[in-house]
Design a protein around this ligand. Sequence first.
Ligand SMILES: [Zn+2]
Length: 137
Amino acid sequence: MERITMNRQQIETTPAGPDLDALVAEAAKWDHNHKIRECEDGFYNYCEYCGYEPRFMEPEPGGCTGFPPYSTDIDKAWELVEERHQKREYLTLTYLMDVGPTPYYLAEFRMSKKWGEGITAPEAITRAYLLAKLEEE
Ligand SMILES: [Zn+2]
């Protein structure tokens, strides 16, 4: 079994963005398939994760070199929530407004009692997911 190389401190301190997305991609065993987006002209298309342009470039061996934006896009974060649902694990998401200078989201997976915090919901969900996965390995 492949080991996840992250630790708790990394999960809690890595800001939302590509570095946190990379941790999720590894934990979620993402398949590194490009996500090709067609432009309206029907001619130009590109991968929205890494910028790969199939018409103009040779593909990199090993697939996509970018990452899905799990920590900044609620659609992608929700895929992680759905994955946890498969394990009968449910999410509670709370927006805390009056607890300090900056409001934040608290995402909690109830069964495994793992929670993550973030300025946005996807950031909080991403951290809770990673902490739950950390425990599983
Ligand atoms: Zn790509």
